[in-house]
Ligand binder design. Structure first.
Ligand code: NAD
Length: 338
């Protein structure tokens, strides 16, 4: 293992200077890129020798792509001096302030690994799992050091989708949450802290809602799979890259989100019942959402807010004008039932 150069002392106390990344699959590589390119030392560990042998090259290759696109502030070789990979877990976590677990989505594997991490690291070290769906209570509850365990679920890949869910268990300490959000903020990832554990967290529940309906629409012969992708890619996805669904409701309807809920709410409620989910939006929830949206986008300036959205969309359209998307299939023109 090569020794990384010393880093400048951090201004804040308790900031993680060294992160152990356990598992060097797609998410482990991506976290290594995020942390190292933001000045944090990364010590990786991977059990599969073939994956381990390629890991550093993969990190360097992704850093090179980012550098070629002008997205890296240092030379790739300089960033790579901060990344090492170890054959043993002990070596990887030695001296680490924070562990980001990125092994396969298997509860037993995670349970076993967290037990090892709890034994091998000091209590000040935060143990975070990248898991997409499994709550920390299911793999850390019985550990003596469970108060420093939580989920930090990245969007994939985190060097482009710069947001991560922080999901504490009931036993996670405020200190561990603070350390996780501090580290994420420092490496330019926006932390979204969930108020309580829930399977699938919020990201995959939102994604799951879209996928559930997409599969049903295809199953029922309403639309082709290609056209589902096109509708989201060219429509909802493009809009959601500028404003989220609640802000969309606020700005798409004269009268704002409350009016939107009045007009469209019953339609969505009927579709919900048709889909076996009788869960209409309550007045209380609509009020809660509207008041939060209005703190950022006062209803009194609705016209200006709409113009602001349009200006943002126009800037995005201008950036995308010359983007020839190799993955975009043209929409299908149905001439016969699918
Ligand atoms: N792929 C995604 O879109 C995505 C997004 C967010 C979060 N996640 C989560 O991130 C985690 C990793 O996902 P991935 O897509 O990188 O999986 P992956 O299968 O690509 O990589 C997992 C790696 O972990 C290694 N591994 C298994 N057990 C290990 C151990 N005990 N110690 C060290 N290494 C070990 C495997 O050899 C493999 O290389 C999962 O929990 C997943 O749910 C995935």
């Amino acid at each position: 293992m090569t020794s990384p150069p010393p880093l400048a002392p951090s201004a804040a106390p308790h900031t993680a200077e060294t992160v152990a990344v356990v598992g060097a699959g797609s998410i482990g590589i991506a976290w290594a890129v995020v942390f190292a390119s933001a000045g944090v030392r990364v010590r990786m560990h991977e059990t599969d020798v073939r994956v381990r042998d390629c890991a550093l090259d993969e990190v360097a290759s992704m850093l090179t792509d980012l550098s070629d696109a002008g997205l890296l502030s240092e030379a790739v070789v300089r960033v790579m001096t901060r990344v090492t990979i170890s054959t043993t877990l002990e070596e990887a976590v030695d001296g680490a302030d924070f562990v980001q677990e990125c092994v396969i989505e298997d509860i037993e594997v995670k349970r076993d690994l967290f037990a090892q991490l709890d034994r091998l690291t000091e209590r000040r070290v935060v143990l975070a799992s990248s898991t997409s769906t499994i709550i920390a209570s299911l793999f850390a509850e019985d550990l003596p050091g469970r108060e420093r365990c939580l989920v930090v679920h990245p969007a994939n890949p985190p060097y482009f989708l710069r947001v991560a869910e922080v999901v504490p268990a009931p036993f996670t300490s405020p200190d561990a949450i603070a350390k996780a959000t501090e580290l994420l903020t420092r490496v330019d990832i926006t932390p979204i802290v969930l108020h309580r554990e829930i399977e699938g967290f919020a990201f995959n529940r939102l994604q799951g809602a879209v996928l559930r309906e997409a599969y049903r629409l295809v199953r029922d012969g309403v639309i082709s799979p290609v056209d589902v992708d096109t509708l989201v890619r060219e429509g909802l996805g493009l809009r959601w890259s500028v404003i989220g669904p609640f802000t969309t409701s606020e700005l798409n309807t004269r009268g704002g989100l409350r009016r939107h809920a009045e007009v469209i709410g019953p339609v969505y409620a009927r579709i919900g019942v048709e889909r076996g989910s009788d869960n209409p939006w309550t007045t209380e929830t609509i009020e809660n959402v509207a008041s939060h949206i209005e703190q950022r986008l006062p209803h009194a300036t609705w016209e200006e807010n709409v113009h602001e959205r349009d200006r943002a969309m126009i800037r995005l359209a201008s950036l995308l004008r010359h983007f020839d998307n190799p993955l975009a299939a043209p929409a299908s023109v149905a001439t016969s039932p699918m």
